[in-house]
Write a protein that binds this ligand. Structure first.
Ligand SMILES: Cc1ncc(COP(=O)(O)O)c(C=O)c1O
Length: 431
């Protein structure tokens, strides 16, 4: 029986170690090795922070070189070669080819701080306080980001954390099959008596990650963009989990053709699991005064080096993006085959790129059981959704075809046992 060696000293708040009771020694690509030499396939991908895999060799050599050269590591927000290289590469290879014109703000290196900055800026620029967020949205754990996060467990366990000035609207297809929630929002904004005053911003994930892999349709996103234009409301796309290639394109909103006013990025922008977060701001909205959203760790030079090299290696042409889209076809087919093989689970398969979920509509405990059995069988995979009812696939984008297939074989081989365990538990509970 595994006993977390940190349990006496580390806070009760730790969570992933409870699902994956191992002590990790090494990691390379899509493989994690524990202290006993057991190897696990990683379909968790650092919750989206490891799009280029663990210790990507293409990036590693540059980090070692930078360290050996005594390149500056901590420089607050002063200019450094590492920062300037990253900014130039990001502008030349990511923004300009997509016709995007954004200023880049570095925030403290967590996603939640990028969200805080985005919300603060939207309020400052518009002079309004309200924000529209969506059901099952997840934006982080600090007070402002938490206020726009739907999940009750995270939000309501702490007295005083309330979604003040936030209105939650139904996400795309939140009400089964209904895609018209933007019309509902329009009615509310047009009606003086709806109780919803004109907000500063709408914050949205194009694919909800923690909320259970809910995918907004292109039309829904276009309608949302149009609505924001109509009412002069700023559109913030939180691309912290779905960005950096996860859906196949660098930005998750590219496929829909919309251009957000503000974009948040974190997780895989640091490219090597190194902490980095930024906010992209339409130039006319960059109304910050110096130091108005300050922080000691805004831009980490090692992360700049990794991010710069990752963009150069993976985003100089379409090959990487095409490989993600090709792998998606295989992933979707395998998950649909699984759904057909186990009709009794009533699996709903959904996602984009290499960001997928399967939700067993028959019983919300199936995903959790599957996660546990997969782990015993050598696959690290997590669940998402308000009750952990969705098995979530978030493997490194660099995963090999063979590893992808092997991981999916493990899921398939674990499914029967998960269904048996859940139905036995149901019978036991009924007695
Ligand atoms: C969409 C989204 N926004 C914000 C965050 C918060 O990022 P962090 O955990 O780095 O604060 C997350 C984290 O999962 C996320 O998925």
């Amino acid at each position: 029986m595994f006993k977390d060696p940190a349990h006496k000293i580390e806070s009760n708040v730790r969570s992933y170690v409870r699902s994956y009771p191992i002590v990790i020694k090494q990691a390379q690509g899509s493989i994690i090795t524990d202290e006993d030499g057991n190897k696990y396939l990683d379909f968790l991908g650092g919750a989206g922070a490891l799009n280029y895999g663990h210790n990507n060799p293409k990036i590693k050599s540059h980090l070692i070189e930078y360290l050996q050269f005594d390149g500056i590591i901590h420089s607050l927000d002063m200019a450094s070669h590492a920062k300037l290289d990253f900014l130039n590469t990001f502008n030349n290879k990511i923004l300009m080819p997509r016709g995007l014109n954004y200023k880049v703000q570095f925030t403290s290196p967590t996603g939640t701080n990028a969200v805080e900055a985005a919300l603060k800026l939207a309020r400052k620029v518009t002079g309004r306080t309200g924000v529209i967020s969506f059901t099952n949205g997840y934006h982080g754990m600090t007070l402002g980001a938490l206020a726009v996060t739907g999940n009750k467990y995270h939000r309501q366990g702490i007295p005083g954390v309330e979604s003040t000035h936030v209105t939650f609207m139904p996400y795309c297809r939140y009400v089964d099959g209904l895609d018209s929630s933007i019309d509902f929002l329009r009615y509310k904004l047009e009606d003086d008596s709806s109780g919803v005053d004109l907000p500063a911003a709408v914050i949205v994930e194009t694919v909800q990650g923690e909320g259970g892999i809910n995918v907004a349709t292109t039309q829904w996103l276009k309608n949302l963009r149009e609505l924001c234009n109509e009412f002069g409301v700023l559109l913030i796309v939180d691309d912290i989990q779905a960005g950096c290639g996860r859906t196949g394109d660098f930005f998750s909103f590219e496929a829909s053709g919309i251009v957000p006013d503000i974009v948040t990025l974190s997780k895989s922008i640091g490219a090597y699991g190194l902490p980095l977060a930024l906010v992209l701001i339409k130039p006319e909205l960059d109304q910050w005064k110096p130091a108005e959203h300050n922080g000691t760790f805004r831009g980490h030079n090692l992360a700049f080096v990794a991010a710069d090299k990752a963009i150069q290696y993976f985003w100089s042409d379409d090959k990487f993006s095409e490989s993600v889209k090709r792998k998606e076809v295989f992933l979707r087919q395998r998950l649909e085959d699984l759904a057909n093989k186990y009709p009794e689970a009533d699996f709903d398969v959904r996602g984009r790129g290499l960001m997928y979920g399967i939700e067993a509509k028959a019983n919300e405990n199936i995903a959790m059981a599957l996660q546990k059995i997969c782990f015993k069988n050598g696959l690290i995979i997590e669940t998402a959704g308000s009750h952990g009812q969705v098995l979530k696939f978030l493997m490194p984008l660099t995963i090999s075809d063979a590893e992808l297939e092997r991981g999916l074989d493990i899921v398939e081989a674990s499914c029967e046992q998960a269904l048996i365990e859940v139905s036995q538990k149901k019978i036991a509970n009924a007695k």
